[in-house]
Design a protein. Structure first.
Length: 367
């Protein structure tokens, strides 16, 4: 075989090798493309399956929610109410609570009970409401709340008109109750009330602090009042009543000894405020009060909370629990913001005492 033939065959072999390599490369590209296509298709199928599953779960969840809402809408809830005593502030809180339920369209049967200011009655009422297996219990004022909280750890209890639930042993913490109790606090702006006293009665130097020693909420507020008086350089003296029976004699003992009387949001004093006002006004002693109901009963003035709104806020909590399934153990105690407090003054009392109230701007005037 001559050299030309050999070279020619070598050239042909190289050419064939190149063609084979190109063919193999093309086949590999097609194969890879096919694999990528298969992977993409598989990924798309998986994505669509996931979407279908999620949509199905979402639809099922919505259906479940709809069924729950429908069941709730048809249900008539049993609500027990234990109110310590009948007076303007607590009555307003009671009314506000049910107004919130009415506006939310909640169906309910209310079992209203009043303890007439007696602790023994509170316990009897609490036991009845728990035995009746109410869906929720509203407790108005501290002794009422303490009574029912001591009887059940299961039924949701919403309190209102309680100054400091944690201090009263009703919850573990006001921000995170940790028990079957929550609600709304009637903590009033005590410091601002003492400032109001100074503004209306700048000549007053000695204050009589009148309250029921058996009410822990009153003890707390009086402590705050003493701090405010100390800061303002005003002297004070405490006058306590163990029950409503002693109100008249204690107030009479204040005559000639104090320039003005200060009363916190005290249930015993509130229930007997007409007696306080009669004696105080007859002896020209102004009374600065913890809430508007006391002013309407003859006190001079207050800068305080609206108990109707306080009860309404508790009613909104009830809707959240009964309708939306909210967990009461994590529901913080509610407080009315300072900008929702109102200045209230009694014109008839002011005129009788000869006190000028024209400088009190934006005041709610009652007679």
């Amino acid at each position: 075989m001559n050299e030309y033939v050999v070279q020619r065959r070598i050239q042909i072999m190289k050419k064939n090798s190149k063609m084979l390599a190109m063919l193999m490369a093309g086949a590999m590209t097609i194969l890879l493309a096919g694999c990528s296509s298969d992977k993409a298709a598989a990924k798309t199928e998986a994505t669509e399956a996931a979407k279908t599953t999620a949509a199905s779960e979402q639809t099922s969840e919505k259906a479940s929610e709809a069924e729950t809402e429908a069941a709730t809408a048809d249900k008539t809830f049993k609500i027990g109410v234990i109110q310590l005593v009948q007076h303007a502030a607590l009555d307003a809180a009671n009314e506000g609570f049910f107004a919130a339920l009415d506006e939310a369209g909640v169906k309910y049967e209310a079992d209203q009970k009043n303890a007439s200011g007696e602790q023994a009655n509170c316990l009897t009422i609490a036991e009845k409401l728990v035995n009746d297996k109410d869906d929720l219990i509203l407790a108005i004022a501290t002794p009422a709340a303490q009574a029912v909280a001591g009887v059940t750890k299961d039924i949701p209890i919403l309190l209102t008109a309680v100054t400091d639930p944690a201090e009263s042993g009703l919850v573990n913490d006001n921000k995170n109750p940790g028990v079957n109790v929550s609600g709304t606090s009637d903590l009033t702006p005590v410091k601002e009330q003492i400032e109001l006293l100074q503004k209306v009665l700048p000549e007053a130097k000695h204050i009589g602090l009148l309250y029921c020693s058996a009410e822990s909420n009153s003890v707390l507020q009086i402590s705050m009042a003493k701090e405010a008086c100390d800061a303002a350089g005003i002297t004070y003296e405490e006058y306590t009543v163990p029950s409503s029976n002693e109100i008249q004699s204690v107030v009479e003992s204040m005559v000639g000894k104090v320039d003005v009387i200060y009363v916190p949001t005290d249930n015993v004093i509130a229930a007997g405020m007409s007696t306080v006002a009669m004696i105080a006004n007859d002896n020209k002693i102004p009374t600065i009060c913890g809430e508007a109901g006391m002013v309407e009963a003859g006190g001079l003035a207050t800068y305080g909370i609206d108990y109707y709104q306080l009860g309404y806020m508790a009613g909104e909590q009830a809707v959240d629990i009964l309708v939306n399934g909210a967990d009461i153990t994590t529901m913080p105690i509610g407080y009315l913001p300072a900008d929702r407090c109102e200045l209230t003054v009694n014109k008839t009392t002011a005129d009788a005492l000869g006190i000028d109230i024209s400088g009190l701007e934006n005041a709610v005037v009652v007679e």
